[in-house]
Structure formats: structure tokens, C-alpha cells
Design a protein around this ligand. Structure first.
Ligand code: SF4
Length: 276
């Protein structure tokens, strides 16, 4: 059964912010939760107060993510891309640090997503005084996803980003929805989720995520062999694994990686008498 919009609770303070003309920024990873949230918010927030923001992850993101967001963008709603100010890719940062991020030290999210997105939203608010410095920052996290997520507050003032002249609240509009309801919303809107879901992935964003299930890592290894090989070689070079279990990717997924072609060139040719 399609999810009814009445099922999405809107906190009274949030209603007041929207009535007062706040900007509602939809954080979109291009995944199913972001897509569902975009559909639902575009029905209750005036279009001129909506903005979609995405932090592109380049080589480590599922191909076609930005295009998917563009193709499902509500008419008249702008999209801004928030890139890292260093210009470094996630793989370059991991190599430089000599370690993968971990669920408890998730610098990947803060450095490649949250930081650049918050920076761009501050800039956008400043460049658009019609919003009066009011911002509702909408994110697609759901309680069902994990125990730590279930403890989050669906509506919270951001002390880090609020100051005189800027009032910033973080909102989780689809906090109470189930995964099935999320797909229902997308289907009922006549849209499809990113094709990676149809190929067996349960989550989008980074193709190889430190939080991914073994099943997702196996699927991703099959679907993206050259990126997979880059992760495997990076694990070997820095002697640290993507998986917090400490098990290297090939052992975890059962998907072997071809020997590094650069190393193969260094292998001496077989000696054949009489040939130089
Ligand atoms: S998708 Fe996973 S690996 Fe990528 S930034 Fe988020 S937590 Fe880190």
C-alpha cells in the first residue's frame, strides 16, 4: 500500500519555519531514502523554498548517481553539488592517512559529505537573503536502519551551524518509514530507484562502504571489478582493510583480483637461448 503523506510527522517548529519562509535543503545521496524524502517534501514545501544538495564522491560513487538525482529532481528545484575543498578523492585521502575510516571514526562522512554540504548551504543562505537566514536541513536517515540511528532525534537545532542571523535545524523527515514504505513512495510517484538496487545492492553512495554488508560487498565486487581491484590493492599497500573485521576484501567476498598489470610488466621474460 502506498505510504500516505499524513504518515510523515512534521514537527510544529518545522511547520513554523516553513511558514516563515525558511529554505528546506534536501541532502541527497541519490539513494532510495533521499529519493523518497525528495518526493514527499516536494509535496508539502513550496518549490521556491526547496533545494537539493549532493556531495559527489566521484570515482568511488555508483556510476550515474548525479544523473539519477537530476532525472528525479522536482521541477523548478535547484540542485547544488558540494565538493571537497581539497579536491582529494576518498581513495587519495585513505592512502594519505594510511587507514580506512571505521564505523566509530567515520571521517569519510564528515570530510566528503557533511563538511562540504554544510559549507555550501551556508554560502547559499548568505547569497539568498529571502530565506532570512532560516534553514531546515533535511536528511534521509531512518530509525529502522540501525540501533545508533534509532537513537537520533528527528528534529534538532544545529548548534554548530546556528549563530546570530542564522537559524539552522536538522530534520529527519522519513525517520519512521520502513524500507518497504520507502520503495512504495518511489513506485507510487512513478519513479524508479537507482539501477544498482535492481542489480542486488541494498544501499547506494560509496560502491564499497565501510559499513556495507558482506552481501553488498560481494555484489559490488562483481559489478565494479576495476574499482574493486583498486580497493584490494590499496588494502595491500597500506596494510589495512576496508572491513572493520580486519578481513581483506578478497577473503571476505571470495572474488579474486587479477595481479597488478604494472607488477606483471616487471616480471622477467623467460630465457630463450638465441633470443635477445
Ligand atoms: S558511504 Fe560509507 S564509506 Fe562512503 S562516506 Fe559514507 S560511510 Fe564512508
Amino acid at each position: 500500500m502506498a505510504t500516505d503523506i499524513a504518515a510523515i510527522p512534521v514537527p510544529p517548529e518545522c511547520r513554523e519555519m516553513v511558514r516563515a519562509g525558511a529554505l528546506v535543503a534536501i541532502n541527497s545521496s541519490g539513494g532510495k531514502d533521499s529519493q523518497c524524502m525528495t518526493i514527499l517534501l516536494s509535496r508539502i514545501v513550496p518549490r521556491e523554498q526547496l533545494l537539493v544538495v549532493h556531495a559527489p564522491l566521484g570515482e568511488v560513487e555508483w556510476p550515474g548517481t548525479v544523473e539519477h538525482i537530476e532525472s528525479t529532481l522536482p521541477q523548478g528545484v535547484p540542485l547544488i553539488l558540494a565538493r571537497t575543498s581539497s579536491g582529494k578523492s576518498l581513495l587519495e585521502s585513505i592512502e594519505e592517512r594510511g587507514r580506512f575510516p571505521s564505523p566509530s571514526v567515520r571521517w569519510c562522512t564528515s570530510s566528503t559529505k557533511r563538511g562540504p554540504i554544510e559549507r555550501e548551504l551556508r554560502r547559499y543562505l548568505q547569497a539568498h537573503p529571502q530565506f532570512g537566514g532560516r534553514l531546515v536541513n533535511a536528511m534521509g536517515m531512518r530509525a529502522e536502519e540501525s540501533a545508533p540511528r534509532a537513537k537520533k532525534l528527528p528534529w534538532k537545532r544545529s548548534d554548530r551551524n546556528s549563530r546570530a542571523g542564522r537559524s539552522w535545524f536538522d530534520w529527519l523527515p522519513i525517520f519512521d518509514l520502513t524500507e518497504a514504505q520507502v520503495f512504495d513512495v518511489i513506485r507510487a510517484a512513478g519513479q524508479s530507484p537507482h539501477p544498482a538496487y535492481g542489480m542486488g545492492m541494498s544501499r547506494l553512495s560509496c560502491v564499497f562502504c565501510i559499513m556495507a554488508s558482506r552481501a553488498d560487498l560481494c555484489t559490488a565486487a562483481r559489478l565494479q571489478p576495476s574499482l574493486y581491484a583498486r580497493y584490494v590493492r590499496l588494502e595491500e599497500r597500506i596494510d589495512h582493510t576496508l572491513s572493520p573485521t580486519g578481513v581483506p576484501l578478497p577473503a571476505l567476498t571470495g572474488v579474486p583480483v587479477e595481479p597488478d598489470p604494472r607488477k606483471r610488466r616487471l616480471t622477467p621474460r623467460a630465457f630463450v637461448p638465441g633470443r635477445r
